[in-house]
Design a protein around this ligand. Structure first.
Ligand code: ZN
Length: 139
């Protein structure tokens, strides 16, 4: 095994080419790596989710900012050309009529930066996920 001195990841081949960066452990660190325009989007999404999911906590999961409340409620991530939003399969399915102008697949939605980011819709989907998680808990 070869361990990259910069990022601490281990690889089979010495000098293995990889996306080398320090591990990102917090949502703050995640957001800090982007340029201002993407930072602004990420901070807004984060604030919107906090507002509708006040009992959820933030963490990094799958290398993405994640809101957790007994389980992962939603993830989001700044991709090159879109904001990725990951509310689980039910989250996408339940809102599919509102998502016709976006690329959406199982559990994942792409909001391109070329259109206004629909923060209200993100809030609605997150609320749905919170309700889903909380109803499961009381069963
Ligand atoms: Zn490295």
């Amino acid at each position: 095994m070869w361990k990259c001195a910069k990022c601490g990841r281990e690889f089979k081949a010495e000098g293995q080419h990889h996306f080398c960066s320090a591990p990102i452990n917090t949502v703050d660190e995640y957001i800090a790596q982007f340029q201002d325009d993407k930072k602004a989007v990420l901070e807004k999404v984060r604030a919107v989710i906090h507002e509708v999911a006040p009992r959820a906590t933030e963490k990094m999961a799958w290398r993405m900012p994640t809101f957790w409340q007994g389980e992962n409620i939603v993830h989001f991530a700044a991709m090159k050309n879109h904001l990725g939003f990951y509310p689980g399969e039910n989250g996408v399915e339940h809102f599919k009529d509102s998502l016709t102008e976006y690329r959406a697949s199982k559990g994942a939605i792409q909001f391109p930066y070329t259109k206004p980011i629909p923060y209200d819709l993100i809030a609605e989907i997150t609320k749905f996920r919170v309700a889903e998680v909380e109803s499961r808990k009381t069963k």
